[in-house]
Structure formats: structure tokens, C-alpha cells
Design a protein around this ligand. Structure first.
Ligand code: SER
Length: 618
């Protein structure tokens, strides 16, 4: 009997390669220990790079293992029958030991003798050759000799049949990939193979012949040793093995989500969904994303706005977004509930999931609660932004939704698509990079213990302070007066007269008003007048002798659209859009009857224009 269940396939693979002289090594954590160029372990070869490059591995020249992997490149395809961001890879390696012949023969034997897959339903692809490496006739010949007919052997270019490096540089080479027939007919028609009929074939295994090293200049050099790196998708093989017994679409196929370890998680989602999704896309996204999140948190990552933490946050938030589509309650219990179902299926194979269960559940709960709050505000903002927009959401709006409301780009993209709109993604990315540059610049400035006044950053924050002042008066009332202000390159700090702690709703509303003014890209200019004149026109500010008899009044907006009018020495930015967006980070007590807000801006341009005197003096 061939192995059918996921656990049995995993075990059969390790047993088979052990019998072929391979040492079984443990899988590595999802966060690579020695490679800052990639966020996650994306393949079993990843932790083995030094050994593929020639270093001696303590366990020998033949290795095999099971590696948990996270790949976000495929995130948009998650929800179809076979794509996952988190999956288990079964892998075997030769470190300068066997090469093409040994690897292909063992792959063929495992597929046809251990899994007992009918050879009539198998097909392979090989590298077609280019200026970097020749056509892989060797592999094709070995497959033919093993029993794969010529019509089932396709040749494809580098984009398809070349693997690696995992990061920017390192070991890589041509590969040969193995596929299983997934078409409607019982057997593939004559001449069909994955090179000419891709949609009907499911890739299940990849043998990579790592004999090149990619250099920083993009060229390839032969490695000291010829290696083999293989990877088989456990969930996909399980779908193949379990298909005959669990038929869902009439053709005897099942998706990876219906395999024995994934199905109970899918059922956990369906059991709490109030809305059916016939295509099953949203339930599958939830299963994949929460499973990935569980494994990522278990390997020590917490949701955040950078690096692995950002990917994690994005996964959790996308899962919640799908939960909303299915009308699943999401008040902090949804993602921990699904996580429990994940842990129940995988803890026996990955005991660290059980050991870290509390940590996993509470990280998910916190993130879910935080996101839901932001989501409510962001939805309103999104509707406002799309109401007036044409067919595209601009980068600033998309970044604003990301930065202020925590909307991952995918979420904005999906919501836009539902309205028949697209997102200006290059502009979003630009804003995002700008924001990262700013935080770095800010951190550096803080490190050095100061920063020249009137830099772009302090100028932006100064203007933001005016907007904040006006918005606070709008939301809390006219008793609000500035009691103090302190600006660094990193943040503004604004003290104002108000008795009570602000409610989260009030804070959100102030933030919303300021960001609305920013998005409206209002012009800013000043005029010079007397203190009396300033009072008469309704300017706010400190009416004392500080400015002499003549004062500058900075006006944000024009005509009927004046947002703020304030006595001030300046300087300020020329348009509110230059602020990018504002985020209130803290609201706390400063002293009796005085509250203190700390806020940051991000996403505006690095270079700014400063506001000048009004043309007509008014
Ligand atoms: N590294 C190869 C892949 O990921 C084989 O494991 O496909």
C-alpha cells in the first residue's frame, strides 16, 4: 500500500532517502539565521547554501529533510487549488555526491515504486538552454531511460526551468520538474506535457542541478562541486494521493485544502462562516494565512511594520479581510480559533507549536483587535477616497490607508478591484520607501542628538501641528488652546488645554480631519497684519507681545475652504499634501487640565517647498 495520509507520505519520503544513504537533518526555523537578503526560509536548500558552495557538512554528502517554507511571491494565487504561502517541502540533497542520473533515478523510483503513481500520468520538463547553460539533454535522456515517454518531456526556458539563487547571489542551476496529470480525462491525451498544456499538469517535485553560482554582477560561474537540490511539495503530493478517495469536482481531483491535515482547518472556517463563498477562495485564504501566521509566530516573529513582522501582519490582516467577506465575527477570537485548529493538526509533527501555543494565540488576538479598530476607520476613508476617484486610486491614498489605517496594499487592491478600480502601485511603493527613508533618517538624527532647525521634517511637523490644533478645536471645542509645542525631526509634541482623556473615537476623528486636509492638498500662505487684525479674522495663536505689533498669520486653505488660521513665525510647507499623512501615536496627560499628543508624519516628499506670502496680502 502506498502512503496516503500526509504524515505517512512525510515519513515514507524520509525512510526512502535514508535507505539510499541520506542523513536526515532537522528543518530550520522560518527566519533565516545567516541571510539578511531574504525574509523567510523559502526552500530546504536555503540553510544549506554554504555546503552547496563547498563547505563540508557534518552529516555527510547525502542529506534529506522536511522544511517548513514561507513564500509570499505567490500570495495572489493563494485560494486556487494548489498555491500556498506556507507549505512543507520534502527535500534531498547531494553535496558533490550523485548528480543528474542518481537524482532522477531516485525521484522516479519514489514516485512510481513508493507512491505507486502510474507512469502514464507523469510528465517532466527540462531546461531548454541559453547563453548561460546548454540545453539539458542529459536529464531528458535519463528520464527516457527510466520510462517517461518522449511526448511527456517538455523543454522550457530559464524563467521556468532554472532555480535559484534563493537570495541575490549563490548556488543555482537548471532544473527538471515533475508533474502529475490533473486534466478532466482519465489519462493525458497524446502529446500533452506541461510545456504545451500547463494548466492540466500539477508540479509536485523539482530536482535542481546546482552547479553554478550567481555573482553580484548577474553572471554565472561554475561551482567547485556539482550538487543536487530537490524539493517536493508535501501538500500537493497529498492532494494527488488522496484524490481518488475524496472526490470533489467529478474528475477525481482535490485541492491542497482538502487533504487530511488541511481539511479540518477548512472545516473550522466553514463552521463559523455566515456567508457562503462558492469558489471557496476566502476560506482557503484564511486557512493558508492563519497557518502561515502560526508557524511564523512560533519561529519568533511578532506583527510589526517592518520585515518579517510586516509580512506576518499582512497575512493576519488579509485573513481578517476574508473573514469579513464570510461574515465571520472578528473581535479577537477569530484568528486564535483557527490557529487552534492549525496547532491541532501539526503539533505532533512540529512540537514547538504546542510549546508556544499561548504566545501564538495572544499575538493573533492582539493583532486582530488592533486591526479591527483601524479597519472601521479605514473603510470610511476608502469609501471617501473612491467616491471622487476615477478608475485609479493614487499612491498617496493607498499609502495613507496603509500607514494610518494599517491596510496592506493587497487589501486596498482587492477593495479597489471590487469597485472596478486599480491602485497606482509604483506610486504606493515610492511613498512606502520614502517613509522608510524618513524613519531611518529620523533614527539617525535622534542618535546624533539633534537636528538643524527648519529641516524638511521639522517644517512638515510644524505645519502638522497647525492642522492638529485646528482639528482639536473642531472635535473637542473652542476651549482648546496651545499650551506648548516641541518638534524634533521624528515627531511633534503638542500640549493643549483640555480636561479629560480623549476617547479613541475623538483621537480617530482628529486624525481623520487632519489627514483629510492633507489629502485635499490645501495651499498654505501667510500675510502680515496687526495683532488686532489677526484677532478680527479669527486667527488662533498666542496673543502676546512676542511678535511685536505686526504678526504673520499662516492660512491653510483658501476661500471657503480654510482649515486653519494661526499666528506664527513659520516656516511651513507650501501645500498640505507634502505632509504625506499624520498618525497620532500617543495621547496622555501633561499636567492638570493639559493633555499632550505625540504625532508623526510620513510619506511626504523628502524635499519640500515652503509657504510664501500671499499675493494679495490677504
Ligand atoms: N530549491 C528548489 C525549489 O524550491 C528545490 O527544492 O523548487
Amino acid at each position: 500500500m502506498p502512503p496516503i495520509l500526509t504524515d505517512d507520505i512525510r515519513q515514507a519520503y524520509l525512510d526512502f532517502f535514508r535507505s539510499k544513504g541520506h542523513a536526515i537533518i532537522p528543518g530550520a526555523p522560518l527566519v533565516p539565521e545567516n541571510d539578511p537578503t531574504v525574509l523567510f526560509t523559502t526552500a530546504g536548500m536555503h540553510p544549506l547554501v554554504p555546503y552547496l558552495m563547498g563547505e563540508k557538512h557534518p552529516a555527510g554528502t547525502r542529506l534529506a529533510n522536511v522544511q517548513r517554507c514561507v513564500r509570499t511571491q505567490d500570495i495572489d494565487e493563494v485560494g486556487d487549488a494548489s498555491h500556498l504561502t506556507m507549505f512543507e517541502m520534502l527535500g534531498n540533497w547531494s553535496l558533490g555526491d550523485y548528480f543528474k542520473e542518481g537524482a532522477i533515478q531516485m525521484s522516479f523510483e519514489f514516485l512510481t515504486k513508493v507512491l505507486e503513481l502510474p507512469v502514464e500520468k507523469l510528465a517532466v520538463t527540462c531546461f531548454e538552454g541559453d547563453t548561460d547553460a546548454p540545453k539539458d539533454e542529459d536529464s531528458a535522456g535519463i528520464w527516457k531511460a527510466a520510462g517517461i515517454p518522449e511526448e511527456r518531456i517538455g523543454f522550457l526556458p530559464k524563467a521556468k526551468n532554472w532555480w535559484g539563487p534563493a537570495g541575490q547571489t549563490g548556488p543555482c542551476g537548471p532544473d527538471t520538474e515533475m508533474f502529475y496529470w490533473m486534466g478532466k480525462s482519465k489519462l493525458p491525451p497524446a502529446g500533452s506535457n506541461p510545456a504545451n498544456d500547463e494548466a492540466n499538469w500539477l508540479e509536485i517535485w523539482n530536482d535542481v542541478f546546482m552547479q553554478y553560482g550567481k555573482k553580484e554582477d548577474g553572471t554565472f560561474e561554475p561551482l567547485a562541486q556539482q550538487n543536487v537540490d530537490t524539493g517536493m511539495g508535501l501538500e500537493r503530493v497529498a492532494a494527488v494521493m488522496q484524490a481518488p478517495s475524496v472526490t470533489t469536482d467529478g474528475a477525481g481531483r482535490i485541492t491542497v485544502y482538502e487533504t487530511d491535515r488541511m481539511k479540518p482547518i477548512l472545516d473550522a472556517v466553514s463552521s463559523i462562516a455566515d456567508q457562503k463563498d462558492v469558489a471557496m477562495r476566502h476560506p482557503r485564504i484564511i486557512v493558508d494565512h492563519i497557518k502561515a501566521s502560526v508557524f511564523i509566530i512560533a519561529d519568533g516573529v511578532k506583527p510589526s511594520n517592518v520585515d518579517q513582522g510586516y509580512v506576518l501582519r499582512r497575512l493576519i490582516r488579509r485573513a481578517i479581510r476574508s473573514a469579513r467577506q464570510l461574515r465571520i465575527e472578528h473581535d479577537g477570537t477569530f484568528s486564535p480559533g483557527i490557529a487552534r485548529a492549525v496547532i491541532a493538526q501539526y503539533a505532533h509533527a512540529y512540537p514547538h507549536l504546542k510549546a508556544r501555543e499561548q504566545e501564538i494565540l495572544s499575538a493573533l488576538q492582539t493583532e486582530e483587535q488592533q486591526f479591527v479598530k483601524a479597519l472601521q476607520e479605514g473603510m470610511k476613508q476608502f469609501e471617501r477616497a473612491t467616491a471622487g476617484a476615477g478608475s485609479q486610486i493614487d499612491g498617496t491614498t493607498a499609502f495613507h490607508l496603509y500607514d494610518t489605517y494599517g491596510f496592506p496594499l493587497e487589501l486596498t487592491r482587492e477593495m479597489a478591484a471590487e469597485q472596478g478600480m486599480t491602485v497606482d502601485e509604483p506610486a504606493f511603493r515610492k511613498a512606502f520607501e520614502e517613509h522608510q527613508k524618513l524613519s531611518r533618517a529620523g533614527a539617525e538624527a535622534r542618535f546624533k542628538g539633534g537636528l538643524a532647525d527648519n529641516s524638511a521634517e521639522t517644517t512638515k511637523l510644524h505645519t502638522a501641528t497647525h492642522l492638529l490644533d485646528a482639528a482639536l478645536r473642531e472635535v473637542l471645542g473652542d476651549h482648546v488652546y496651545q499650551k506648548g509645542s516641541n518638534i524634533t525631526a521624528e515627531r511633534l509634541r503638542f500640549d493643549f488645554s483640555h480636561e479629560e482623556k480623549m476617547t479613541p473615537e475623538q483621537i480617530a476623528e482628529v486624525e481623520r480631519l487632519v489627514n483629510e486636509a492633507i489629502r485635499a492638498d490645501l495651499p498654505i500662505a501667510y500675510h502680515v497684519t496687526t495683532v488686532e487684525g489677526a484677532k478680527k479674522e479669527g486667527a488662533i495663536g498666542v496673543f502676546d507681545e512676542r511678535y511685536g505689533s505686526e504678526v504673520k498669520v499662516y492660512v491653510v486653505g483658501e476661500g471657503k475652504n480654510v482649515f486653519s488660521r494661526e499666528i506664527c513665525g513659520g516656516p511651513h510647507v507650501a501645500r498640505t499634501g507634502m505632509l504625506g499623512s499624520l498618525k497620532i501615536q500617543k495621547e496622555e496627560s501633561s499636567s492638570a487640565g493639559v493633555r499632550r499628543i505625540k504625532a508623526v508624519v510620513a510619506g511626504g516628499p523628502a524635499e519640500i517647498e515652503v509657504a510664501t506670502e500671499m499675493e494679495n496680502g490677504k
